[in-house]
Design a binder for this molecule. Sequence first.
Ligand SMILES: Cc1ncc(COP(=O)(O)O)c(C=O)c1O
Length: 402
Amino acid sequence: MNQEQNLINLPAGDPGIWPLDPRVVFLNHGSFGSCPRPVLEYQRELRDRLERQPVQFLGRELEGLLDQARAKLAEFVGASSDNLVFVPNATSGVNTVLRSLSFKPGDELLVTDQEYNACRNALEFVAHLHGAKVVVAKVPFPCQSAGQIIESILNRVTSRTRLALLDHVTCQTALVMPIADLVRALAGRGIDTLVDGAHGPGMAPLQLDSLGAAYYTGNCHKWLCTPKSVALLYVRPDRQELIRPLSISHGANSPRTERSRFLIEFAWTGTIDPTPALSVVESIRVVGSLLPGGWPAVMSRNHQLALAGRKVLCDALNIALPCPDELVGTMASIPVPDATEIGKPTGPFITDSLQAWLLEKHDIEVPVIPWPAPPKRLLRISAQLYNSLPQYQLLAGALTES
Ligand SMILES: Cc1ncc(COP(=O)(O)O)c(C=O)c1O
C-alpha cells in the first residue's frame, strides 16, 4: 500500500477533535462543514473575554484583532491584507459587490447555468434594478474538459458584457472551474469577474493577488473549518472605492485617513459577534497541524480521497466518470441513475427522497440534488479529514442494495 492509500483509508489526524455525531456517516462537508473542538474552544474564550468587558473588547481591541486575523488569512490566500475584508458568508460577499455596482439598461451580466441559486438570485435582483440583462452560459455536466467550460462561457461574451459572476467550485456538480484562465480571458476583453469562491479557501491553493480577479469572495466556514458566519471578500485595489458594505455604518463619514475607507467601512458594520472572524487564525493553525505536510497535505489528501470515493461509487453503479480528475477538488458529483422518484423539497437543502432514505435507513448524510439533464439527479460526496475510503464503500453498498 502506498502512502497516499494509507492516508485515505483512515481519517487523518485525531478523529476525536471533530464534534460530529459518531452514528452518522457525514459526507456533506460541502454544505455545512464541522468545526474542530480546539477552534470552538478558542472561540469560546474570545466570547468570554468579550462578555467580561464588552466596551474594551469591541471598542478598543477589536480593530487590532481583526487586523491580525485578516493578515493571517491574507497570507493563506495569497493576498495583501489591505485587499481583504470579512463578511458573514459568500452570499453576503456576492451581494456586497453586486449591490455596490451600477449598470445601465442593456448592460449584460454573464453567469453560468451552474451558479449557486442564492447568488444567481442576487444577480437577477441587481440586473432588474438597473434594467441590465442576465446572460446565461450553459456549462455541460458530464463535462469533458476545462476547455469546454472556457469555450461555453466565452461564447456568450458580447460588447455589452460588463461583469461575469463565476463560481470557483460549482455547488451541484462540484466542478473546479479553470478560474485563472477565465479571469484572464475575460479581463483581456475588458470584463471584470466576481468569483463566487464559496468553496475555495481550504479546498484549493489560492493566490488572489496574482489571480487578478476584480472581486473574490470565499467562505471560511466551509473548507477552512472556522465557526459559522465568516467569509472573505477580496477586492482588487483599483476597485475598492466602488465597494461599500451592505450596512452603511460609522465608517462612511469617518475622518480617519491612516487606512483606506474600504478597510474602515468593513471593519464595523454594526454590532455583530466578531468571534468567528477572529477564530480564522486558530482554524488555519489547527487544521494545518493535522497532517505533517500542513495545509498542502490536507488539500491533497482530501482531493485524493474525493477521487477515490467517486471511483468507488462510479464502479459500483457502473457509470463513467462524469469529468476529468483535474476538475475535481475535495467534492465530487455523480449522476445517479434510476431517478424515478424525485421527492418534493422538504427544506432548502433537502430536495430528494433518496437523500432522506440514505440518512434514515443507513445513517449516511450525503446530498442528492435534482438536475435538469438525465438521469435527473446528482449525488455529491465531500472529503474532509474525518472521512475515509470505507465510508464511500458503505455508500456504494447502500446505493446498490436491491
Ligand atoms: C457556489 C456557492 N456559492 C455560494 C454559497 C453560499 O454560501 P453561504 O451560505 O455560506 O453564503 C454556496 C453554498 O454552498 C455555494 O456552494
